[in-house]
Each structure stands twice: as structure tokens, then as C-alpha cells.
Design a protein around this ligand. Structure first.
Ligand SMILES: [Zn+2]
Length: 468
């Protein structure tokens, strides 16, 4: 059974990969253009942040918060670029909604720098169904092209935004503002010495640090994770390089950045206060769904005692019953999930609305956004030494080992399997889908258990540190 499933998946991937272009190509951005993207510019000022927020909102809604490549929960709105090598012109052609691991494949060069190269290469091989030889050849080609392009003096074309202004709710003022930001950001950044050093910087291993921030820190005289760990956020804040930066949240996030640096350098978790965790009677939730039609085919929950309940839906009627069960549960208990806010909830909300139901007023808790990666110094209490804080990476960091019988490893495989099940009614396929859903609940439960342990031991470890 498992062999047959594997064979069928492989066939699908082959078909998708070879007949068109690669599902997930390596897209290395020429170095003079590093940091010159809308997502980077959004740190320039509140207005640009708002504009980027509108675009992100429209794109995330378009895919129901799912990665367009593997259907996992999305975190990244990736800018798609076209390169006119004759005129050194980089043109924005649209956006792709991605999960962090898939986004890392596009930026394989960056992943290699942050030490995640081999893992990301594995994903590149698997998702595109390539042989290792082919994959290595493609990678070599991508790096050769990158080197050639990196020698150029590039210009950028954001015309796509004015052509699609209505779709993203962008006003003429928004567009004019962006033009100024893009023009100003072009100065200084790519020709800057500190920027070139930042590209090689080990500071990129620290969460919240991208190229632009690494360049600011380099200019402020901080080059290593160790130096960052020992920096005083207050002193750093008044350093001219930081003070003049156009990244308003950077000074605010500096205390967090220093804590993350300590976690990365010491390769351990730092906890600096009691964690705000979900109540003990909280129900864990994970949904599997088709983002295109917001159809939820698995509602999986883990009850406070550890019992797992799953509702598998083949049709609208079953889906309605499953969503009703979930709404009933979440109106009594807090429902907790991982990256719930950006992925499951938007879809659940749409699915509920289709059945004349509503999820308004229900209590939800998101382990990722509420605890692990709040980006807010007033709320952040725990610092993991990980750049990738997706559920897979974090649960494996805390000791989760994937069971050997797993066939479905990501949301895309689950989605393909679901439609195959509808055609074949093969109960083995259904079983695999439910298993995948159950394992994600187990991963979340393990992460929560470890966080609770860390929270409890917090005072002990502080006392110990003070005695030293
Ligand atoms: Zn993905």
C-alpha cells in the first residue's frame, strides 16, 4: 500500500515538474539588488508598511493562507521578478505565497549562509522530483547566473503595482509614496561597504536580522553573533548607524535581537519571564483544507487529556457537521494551534460563512504568533536559537522524531491524496491523511509541553544565573 502511494505521488510530482517549469526553482537575487524589495522597503516608514500590509493581505487571502507550492501554512509573500539581462532591468511580475521552507528554496544562497543549506537542498530535490545529479546541475547553473548578474548595475521596475493598483487597494498617493521610497532606498544601500559585508555576515543566523539590519549593525561595529550578544541595547540604540536607519521597529526590537543572539551563540533556549501559555483545558486544533475553495476536509483536535478526534469530510454536508463540532468545542474552550491566525482561521472563517455559520467571538490561541515569534518586545519571553520557527523545525528542535510510517509529509501531498481518495475511495489513503493531521497535533502538543516546562523552570534558572 505505502509503496503504491509513494509511486503515485512520485508520478504526480514528475508530471508537474517536467511538463512545465520547476514547481520551486532556485531564484537567486543579484547581490546589488539585495534588500531592494517591497518587503524590505516596508521597514522604511509606516506608510510603506501599510502599503505592504495591503498587498500581503490580498495575496494571503487569495491562497487561504496556504503555501502555493506545498499547501503548508504560509508565512511569506514572495516577490516574483523577471530579469532583462540586456538592459539590466529587474521587473516585478507578481507575488507567490509561500511557507518558510519553500521560500528558503528560492533563496538557497541565503539558506546556505544561515547553515540550513543541505536541508533546503533536500526540499528542492523532493518538491521538484529531481535526481540528485539534475538538482546539483541546476544549482550550479543558478549560482553561475547569479554571479554574472551580480556584476551588473541594475534598475528596478515596479510598474506591476500601478497596473494592479485596484486589486491591492493602492491609491495614487500610495504609488507616489512608493516611488520616492524605492528611489531613496537605491542610494547608499547597494554601493555601501557595510552592506557588502553584511551579505557575508554571521549575524544573518539571528532571528529578526536580515541583510539591511546586518548592514546597520556592521556599520555600528558589530560583526559577530558574540559581539551582538554582549551589546547593550540602550547604547546600541543611540549609535548613529542605528539612529539614522529608516527601520523604525529596529530600535524597538533591539532588546529582542540581543536575546536571540545570546540564544544562537549559546545554542540554547532563553526564557526571561513566565510564558503566557494557553489555559490547561485548551483544545489543540489543526485543519487540512483545499485553499482554493476553502473546503476543510479534516478537522483534527486533541482534547486536554490527549485524546485525538478527527472529522474527515468528503462533501459539503459532512464539512458543515465537522465545522459545527469545532465551533461548539471552541465556544467552550480556547482553541490552540500553530500559525493558526495566518492560515487555518481565514479558511475556517470562509468555510463557516458558506454554511451560514460564524467563528466570531470564539477564543483562539496561536503558539507561533502569541509565544514563539511575537516580534513584540513587551510580549516576547522565550528566545529559540532557530532561524526557521515553523512547526517542523521547532518540534524537531524540542526532540520530536518523525514516525517511520509516514507517507504524507506536507500539505500539498495531503491535498493530492485527498482528491485521489475521492476518486478511488481507497481507505489506506484516508488513513494516511488522518495520520499526517494527527502527527501535526502531536508536534504542537510536544512544543507546548516543552514551553510549559521552560516556563515553570524559569525562576529556578534566573536564581541560578544571579548566584553565579
Ligand atoms: Zn511550501
Amino acid at each position: 500500500m505505502i509503496d503504491r502511494l509513494l509511486e503515485m505521488f512520485h508520478f504526480d510530482f514528475l508530471h508537474l515538474g517536467r511538463s512545465k517549469r520547476l514547481r520551486l526553482p532556485i531564484e537567486l537575487v543579484p547581490s546589488p539588488l539585495w534588500g531592494r524589495s517591497l518587503s524590505h522597503f516596508s521597514g522604511e516608514d509606516d506608510r510603506t508598511r501599510e502599503i505592504w500590509g495591503k498587498i500581503r493581505g490580498v495575496e494571503l487571502t487569495r491562497t487561504g493562507g496556504r503555501c502555493e507550492v506545498c499547501a503548508e501554512k504560509a508565512e511569506v509573500v514572495h516577490e516574483k521578478w523577471e530579469y532583462d539581462d540586456e538592459h539590466w532591468l529587474q521587473r516585478l511580475t507578481g507575488f507567490e505565497v509561500l511557507c518558510r521552507p519553500c521560500s528558503n528554496v528560492h533563496h538557497l544562497g541565503f539558506s546556505i549562509k544561515t547553515g540550513a543549506g543541505s536541508e533546503v537542498f533536500e526540499r528542492f530535490v523532493r518538491i521538484n522530483a529531481l535526481s540528485r545529479n539534475e538538482a546539483e546541475r541546476l544549482m550550479k547553473e543558478a549560482f553561475e547566473l547569479w554571479e554574472k548578474r551580480s556584476a551588473g548595475r541594475w534598475m528596478q521596475d515596479f510598474g506591476f503595482l500601478s497596473q494592479n493598483a485596484e486589486r491591492y487597494g493602492l491609491t495614487a498617493d500610495d504609488l507616489a509614496h512608493l516611488e520616492v521610497v524605492v528611489r531613496n532606498a537605491g542610494k547608499g544601500l547597494s554601493g555601501d561597504q557595510a552592506y557588502h559585508e553584511a551579505v557575508e555576515s554571521e549575524l544573518l543566523r539571528v532571528p529578526l536580522i536580515g541583510y539591511a539590519r546586518a548592514a546597520i549593525l556592521t556599520e555600528a561595529g558589530i560583526r559577530t553573533v558574540r559581539e551582538l550578544e554582549e551589546a547593550d541595547p540602550e547604547v546600541l540604540r543611540s549609535n548613529p548607524a542605528v539612529a539614522k536607519s529608516r527601520d523604525p521597529s529596529f530600535p524597538i526590537q533591539l532588546p529582542m535581537v540581543v536575546e536571540y543572539a545570546r540564544a544562537v551563540h549559546e545554542e540554547r533556549v532563553i526564557v526571561d519571564g513566565e510564558l503566557a501559555l494557553p489555559p490547561p483545558d485548551s483544545v489543540l486544533v489543526d485543519l487540512e483544507y483545499d485553499p482554493e475553495r476553502s473546503f476543510v476536509f479534516v478537522v483534527g483536535v486533541m482534547m486536554p487529556g490527549g485524546e485525538v478526534k478527527q472529522w474527515f469530510s468528503e462533501n459539503e454536508k459532512q464539512e458543515r457537521e465537522a465545522v459545527e463540532e469545532l465551533i461548539a468545542l471552541c465556544s467552550k474552550n480556547t482553541c490552540t494551534g500553530y500559525s493558526l491566525y495566518s492560515a487555518d482561521l481565514p479558511t475556517l472563517s470562509k468555510s463557516a460563512a458558506r454554511h451560514g455559520l460564524s467563528i466570531e467571538g470564539l477564543r483562539f490561541f496561536d503558539v507561533f504568533y502569541d509565544v514563539l515569534f511575537t516580534e513584540n518586545p513587551r510580549r516576547q519571553r522565550v528566545y529559540l536559537p532557530l532561524k526557521d520557527m515553523g512547526l517542523k523545525s521547532v518540534s524537531e528542535f524540542f526532540g520530536y522524531r518523525e514516525p517511520p510510517d509516514i507517507v504524507i509529509r506536507d500539505g500539498l501531498a495531503a491535498l493530492i491524496a485527498f482528491y485521489r481518495f475521492l476518486r478511488t475511495k481507497d481507505m489506506g489513503i484516508k488513513e494516511q491523511i488522518l495520520k499526517y493531521n494527527r502527527y501535526d497535533l502531536e508536534r504542537t502538543a510536544l512544543v507546548l509541553k516543552e514551553l510549559a516546562r521552560l516556563s515553570k523552570d524559569w525562576e529556578k534558572s534566573t536564581a541560578w544565573r544571579q548566584r553565579e
